[in-house]
Design a protein around this ligand. Structure first.
Ligand SMILES: Cc1ncc(C[n+]2csc(CCOP(=O)(O)OP(=O)(O)O)c2C)c(N)n1
Ligand SMILES: [Mg+2]
Length: 324
């Protein structure tokens, strides 16, 4: 893929994620999904930047807010939307819904309703990779809220002493439900805290998709060379409430507007591509149209798909096949 094509595909993926999330949230409010969602709008550059630096075989383990990671890992809008509607055509055959979708066979070790549990799973996957002698890495996503929970640091400690190929990505949208991170973080500096475990640790602009991609690419090289884990705190922001319908009375409208206007990851990246001659208006307009069509198709596909047969509810799922 040439540079122009690669950049445009990263931009389009971020646009697709935004449209997907806003559409899914609206559907949830109209009672069309099985429950609500945790909308990742505003955090697209973290997901797309990370996945752009990974190889298809690399694995991820994520959180309750996982659609952006999942779509960026090349799961289709159709199968993610179908999963939100708990349909058999979904990523997890309609068993996982929004918070527990995943497919181990495709390197996705799942979303997780337990804050920071995905980090432990990501560390376990990294241990598995090391024991098998595979040349790949595991990314453990965790939110800022997960930074103040013990299991995160247990996992980081183990990854550090065993030099596991783990990249810890803090999808730091600065709020844990209604709690602003600075109010609950002793010492203030997460990267400094992580560096106490003896691993490279940094804080970067999570709204800059290229900065994210480059930081993860470096961490990946470091891990593949046998040096162990890296910790990257990515500063980002969520535009909507914690979950569907949550009103966000703990922050000001000005704060949200400021991020949307000055630090939107999609608009910043599009402006950069325009400036560098890698994008023209006609192409950008056409991307918006094709993204809208893709999401509308995903909704229609999902609405027309069946729910799993109730007789299969107690069966296990094994690499896409149902067995007793
Ligand atoms: C162990 C545990 N404690 C509390 C909760 C309730 N809870 C769900 S999401 C959340 C906040 C998570 O914040 P963060 O890690 O920053 O992720 P974000 O929602 O911002 O993506 C909390 C406290 C939970 N699901 N699991
Ligand atoms: Mg958060």
């Amino acid at each position: 893929m040439g540079a122009r094509e690669e950049m445009q595909s990263m931009l389009r993926m971020m646009m697709m994620i935004r449209n997907f999330e806003e559409t899914a949230d609206r559907l949830a409010l109209r009672g069309k999904l099985s429950g609500g969602i945790h909308n990742s709008s505003g955090q697209e550059a973290v997901a797309v930047g990370v996945m752009s630096a990974l190889a298809p075989d690399d694995v991820i383990a994520t959180t309750h807010r996982s659609h952006h990671h999942t779509l960026a890992k090349n799961f289709s809008a159709r199968e993610v939307m179908a999963e939100l509607m708990t349909k058999v055509t979904g990523v997890s055959k309609g068993r996982g819904a929004s918070m527990h979708l995943g497919d181990v066979a495709r390197g996705h070790f799942g979303g997780n309703g337990i804050v920071a549990a995905g980090m432990g799973i990501g560390m376990g996957a990294a241990l598995g990779i090391k024991m098998a002698g595979d040349k790949k890495v595991s990314v453990g996503f965790v939110g800022d809220g997960g930074m103040n929970t013990g299991r995160t640091w247990e996992a980081i400690n183990m990854a550090a002493i065993w030099k596991l190929p783990l990249i810890v990505v803090v999808d730091n949208n600065q709020y844990a439900v209604e709690t602003f991170i600075n109010r609950v973080t002793a010492g203030g500096d997460l990267a400094k805290r992580a560096s106490g475990f003896g691993l490279p640790a940094s804080t970067i602009d999570g709204q800059n998709v290229i900065e994210v991609r480059d930081a993860v690419a470096a961490a990946r090289e470091y891990a593949l060379a046998g040096n162990g884990p890296t910790f990257i705190n990515m500063l980002t922001y969520r535009y909507y409430g914690h979950n569907t319908g949550e009103k966000g009375q703990y922050r000001t409208l000005e704060e949200i507007e400021d991020w949307r206007t000055h630090r939107d990851p999609i608009e910043q990246f599009a402006a950069r591509l325009f400036k560098e001659g890698l994008l023209d208006q006609a192409t950008y307009d056409e991307m918006k149209v094709s993204v809208e069509a893709e999401i509308q198709d995903a909704v229609e596909f999902s609405e027309n798909s069946p729910h799993p047969d109730p007789s299969e509810v107690m069966l296990n799922i094994d690499s896409g096949k149902l067995r007793g």
